[in-house]
Design a protein around this ligand. Structure first.
Ligand SMILES: Nc1ncnc2c1ncn2[C@@H]1O[C@H](COP(=O)(O)OP(=O)(O)O)[C@@H](O)[C@H]1O
Ligand SMILES: [Mg+2]
Length: 330
C-alpha cells in the first residue's frame, strides 16, 4: 500500500479517492505500444495506491466522450498527438485537469530543434545540429551535412521518440542509406548532430509536495550501436546503473541542468531530460520528454525507486501535479 496519503497538502487538490481518473493511453502515434504499456502500469499503480483509474485508449474513444466522464486525466501518452500539446489543448478546452505539462511546454519538448534553440540561447550544452531541408536534393543535403557538421553524425526525426527512425552515419554512403530509408510518414522533418562518443544518461524530475525534485541519474550502457528501440524495450540489451557510477560533481551538474531545462521550457509536474555523457565528462542535453514512459521497469520508475519512492507513490505524485498548475499555462 502506498505511503503517500491522498489527503491533500495543497488545498486545491481534491481528495484523490473521490476522483474519476482517466488513464489516457494508446492513440495513433508510432509510440502507441509504449503508451499502452505505460497506461496499463499506471492503472495498476493507482490501484495499489487505493485509487481507481479507468484505462482509455484515445484512438478508440473520442475526446468529447471521455472528457465528460472523468474528473482528471493521467496522461500515459507518448509521441505525436499525445505528448506534443494537442491532447493538452483539447483537455484545456474541456476543462479537464491533466498531469504533466501544458500546451507550450509539450509542443516545445516535442520539437527537438525548437528546444535546442532555447538551450543554445541559455548556453546549456547540447550537440550542434542541422535541420535537413526536405526541399533539397540528396546531393545538396549530403553536401550541407559534410560542411556544417562533418562525419560521423547521428540522424533522427525532429519530433520523434523512442529512438524510432534514428541512426548513425559514418560517411556519405551511410547517410544516403538513412535518407532513403527515413522518408516515411508520420515524421517529415529530420535533423543531424555530430555523433557523440559516450553513453546515455537520463534524469527524471517530479514535483513532490510542490517542489520540483531531480531523481538520481540513470546511466545506460548497451553493446548496440546506440540506445535504439530494441535496447529500450529489452532489458537484456542494456545495463542500467542508478544512481549512476559517475563522479558526484557530474551527476549533480546533470541534475541541476535537468531542472533548468524543465523550467526553461515551462514543463510541469513530471519530465525526463536525456543526456549523452562522454568519457571526458561532457554531459550534453539531447532532449526533454514531457511525458516519460511509465512502465514499472522503465527509466522514470527505476530512478524513483533509487530515491526511495515506490511505484504507486510515483503515480500519486504525478496525479497530484494535475492540480498544482498555475492558473494560466500557455
Ligand atoms: N548526437 C548524438 N550522438 C550520439 N548518440 C545520440 C545522439 N543523439 C541521440 N543519440 C542516441 O539516440 C538515443 C535517442 O536519442 P534522443 O535524442 O533521446 O531521441 P528519442 O526522442 O528518440 O529518445 C540516445 O539515447 C542516444 O543513444
Ligand atoms: Mg530520448
Amino acid at each position: 500500500m502506498s505511503t503517500v496519503t491522498s489527503d491533500c497538502r495543497n488545498p486545491a487538490t481534491p481528495p484523490l479517492q473521490d476522483l474519476r481518473i482517466g488513464v489516457l493511453c494508446g492513440g495513433n502515434s508510432p509510440e502507441r505500444p509504449g503508451s499502452l504499456a505505460s497506461g496499463a502500469a499506471a492503472a495498476k499503480g493507482l490501484a495499489q495506491a487505493g485509487l481507481t483509474g479507468e484505462l482509455i485508449d484515445v484512438a478508440e474513444v473520442p475526446v468529447d466522450q471521455f472528457a465528460r466522464s472523468i474528473d482528471v486525466a493521467l496522461l500515459a501518452l507518448h509521441g505525436l498527438g499525445g505528448e506534443d500539446g494537442k491532447m493538452q489543448g483539447a483537455l484545456d478546452l474541456y476543462g479537464v485537469p491533466y498531469t504533466g505539462s501544458g500546451v507550450l511546454a509539450s509542443a516545445t519538448g516535442m520539437d527537438k530543434t525548437a528546444l535546442k534553440t532555447l538551450l543554445a540561447a541559455q548556453h546549456i550544452d547540447t550537440p550542434r545540429w542541422a535541420e535537413l531541408n526536405p526541399a533539397l536534393s540528396t546531393a545538396a543535403t549530403l553536401d550541407m551535412i559534410k560542411h556544417s557538421l562533418g562525419y560521423p553524425v547521428f540522424y533522427k526525426p525532429v519530433s520523434g521518440g523512442g529512438s524510432l527512425e534514428a541512426g548513425v552515419a559514418h560517411d556519405q554512403q551511410q547517410m544516403t542509406d538513412l535518407l532513403e530509408r527515413a522518408k516515411v510518414h508520420p515524421y517529415e522533418r529530420y535533423m543531424a548532430e555530430p555523433l557523440l562518443d559516450g553513453s546515455p544518461c537520463t534524469v527524471g524530475l517530479i514535483e513532490i509536495d510542490g517542489a520540483l525534485t531531480a531523481l538520481p541519474v540513470l546511466h545506460v550502457r548497451t553493446d548496440r550501436e546506440f540506445y535504439d528501440y530494441d535496447a529500450k524495450h529489452d532489458l537484456t540489451l542494456r545495463t542500467e546503473t542508478c544512481p549512476a557510477d559517475l563522479p558526484d560533481g557530474l551527476t549533480r551538474q546533470m541534475q541541476a541542468t535537468a531542472k533548468r531545462v524543465h523550467q526553461l521550457v515551462g514543463a510541469h509536474g513530471v519530465s525526463r531530460v536525456d543526456f549523452m555523457v562522454t568519457p571526458g565528462g561532457r554531459a550534453a542535453v539531447l532532449e526533454i520528454n514531457t511525458l516519460p514512459g511509465l512502465s514499472e521497469h522503465g527509466n522514470l520508475a527505476t530512478m524513483a525507486r533509487a530515491a526511495g519512492i515506490s511505484y504507486p507513490d510515483l503515480m500519486v505524485h504525478i496525479l497530484r501535479s494535475a492540480f498544482s498548475k498555475p492558473a494560466y499555462l500557455p
